[in-house]
Design a protein around this ligand. Structure first.
Ligand code: CMX
Length: 443
């Protein structure tokens, strides 16, 4: 490791004064009301209730995600790119989320080199993976591998020795950087182990983080590398309340280190209503094709959507807990497809599904957002380049999501975020409260 770490220094310069600023803010405005919430919201998964602070990104229901104030279309222009590529480098979005400023090309190279230096994965992690049945879902393997890597936590080791609160962020910085650096190797190992007869590919430290990941997965063509750069950038963060981010934050609030917290977050990403939807979308499209014996017509898609709904299932890739318009992450992938694979058969189906599904979902009445989310598009891009093993797709999402949830975790430690512990009540308590409030207002 170099003696001075400019990224660490810049982070400290930004985050540590902010901890004091927040203390002042609470002192002066601690009783400021941010909103009220209803019984329905409590039963409906706390949607729309402001309950946490996340510095790295903010989601607008109409406009979509903004990372430190920048939208995805803005970032595709403003973030540094690889030579000969149009897609932003994920190192850049990490820098932006961590430091709060757009990186220069030099900054991005700095992050890239730092991750390359830190990327060594100890053998026991691979041994543990090799002990699992090959049929183990890749997300189970991924979470388990992150947990096995917890042996390397410098935060946990320093805490055990008796670290002062003011040093939490320092040890956490090392864990966050080391973990992000190691994830592509672990993910690629799982992929090659399960689908490529265990023929593993050594990393190439000269490549950027995403390109090296593509290389270790076994996809060395330039187009797949550019897809990985885009993919790993746009999946990185979606403010703090989504399941993977919130879980990482919650577990981290007990001062569990980044390995424990991120493994827990990945168990949440593995749910079909969250990240696993990307594999479910492809399964649904392949089943649709099989059902009609090839590329379906719009009428056939309509029939299939209605069949899915009548069987009490969700249409994967559609709807969102916060968004109320087409997800800009969907649009970014659609634009990529139009540019690089406009004639792809599966892309054409995805385009037809986009025309057919929203009016049907809208007509049901209860669905708050009939539009596609990020997962409705990602799979067909991967299939186009030969990555057909859709059970693996959520692992790719997870590698990207580490950038957001782990930079948030570092911010949490620097800002001295406390243990999270919301109150909970029973339905009996709620019924009594309604009665008591009614009696009070009746005088
Ligand atoms: N297909 C069928 N029904 C849907 C639906 C869909 N795509 N989206 C929502 N609904 C249903 C809900 O299941 C719910 O039904 P019940 O009242 O019978 O329980 C009703 O519509 C209202 O739901 P909502 O308030 O609009 O949506 P939620 O905030 O509860 O849930 C989400 C959001 C994403 C879980 C939901 O839209 C869904 O299940 N979508 C399909 C799965 C998916 O694509 N998930 C990925 C999201 C992005 C990500 O995290 O990666």
């Amino acid at each position: 490791m170099p003696d001075t770490d400019i990224l660490k220094e810049r982070f400290a310069k930004k985050a540590l004064p902010m901890a004091l600023e927040i203390k002042e803010l609470i002192k002066e405005h601690g009783d400021h009301v941010l909103g009220t919430y209803t019984l329905e919201q409590v039963y409906a998964g706390m949607k729309g209730m402001i309950g946490m602070v996340t510095e790295t990104s903010k989601l607008d229901p109409e406009e979509g995600i903004r990372f430190r104030g920048y939208s995805i279309p803005e970032l595709t222009v403003k973030l540094p790119k690889a030579k000969g590529g149009n897609e932003p480098l994920p190192e850049g979005i990490f820098y932006l989320m961590l430091i709060g400023e757009l990186p220069t090309e030099e900054d991005v190279i700095y992050v890239s080199n730092a991750w390359a230096r830190r990327s060594n994965v100890p053998k026991h992690v691979f041994d543990m993976l090799d002990a699992l049945p090959l049929s183990t879902h890749p997300m189970t393997q991924f979470s388990a591998a992150v947990l096995a890597l917890q042996t390397e936590s410098l935060f946990a080791a320093a805490y055990r020795k008796g670290m002062s609160k003011k040093d939490y962020w320092d040890a956490m910085y090392e864990d966050v950087m080391n973990l992000i650096a190691r994830l592509p190797r672990i993910a690629a190992y799982i992929y090659r182990r399960v689908y490529k007869k265990g023929e593993h590919i050594e990393p190439d430290s000269k490549l950027d983080w995403a390109a090296n990941f593509a290389h270790m997965l076994g996809y060395d063509n330039f187009d797949f590398k550019r897809l990985m750069r885009l993919y790993l950038t746009i999946h990185a963060d979606h403010e703090g309340g989504n399941v993977s981010a919130h879980t990482t934050h919650l577990v981290g609030s007990a001062l569990s280190d980044s390995y424990y917290s991120f493994a827990a977050g990945m168990c949440g990403l593995a749910g079909p209503l969250h990240g696993l939807a990307n594999q479910e979308v492809v399964r649904w499209i392949l089943d649709l094709k099989e059902h009609f014996g090839g590329v379906p017509t719009k009428l056939q898609i309509e029939e299939y959507v209605k069949k899915t709904l009548s069987e009490g299932k969700v249409v994967p890739g559609y709807g969102h807990a916060v968004l109320r318009k087409t997800d800009p992450r969907y649009t970014a992938q659609q634009e990529f497809a139009m540019k690089y694979m406009p004639e792809d058969e599966n892309f054409k189906i995805v385009q037809m599904v986009y025309e057919v599904v929203p009016p049907i979902l809208s007509s049901i009445g209860k669905i708050k957002n009939p539009w596609p989310n990020v997962d409705a598009h990602s799979g067909v891009l991967l299939i186009h380049y030969g990555m057909v093993e859709y059970d693996f797709y959520t692992v790719l999402f997870g590698v990207s999501r580490s950038l957001g949830v782990l930079s948030s975790m570092l911010w949490d430690r620097a800002l001295g975020s406390p243990l999270e512990r919301p109150g909970s009540v029973t339905t009996e308590w709620i019924k009594k409260k309604i009665k008591a409030d009614a009696n009070l207002s009746n005088g």
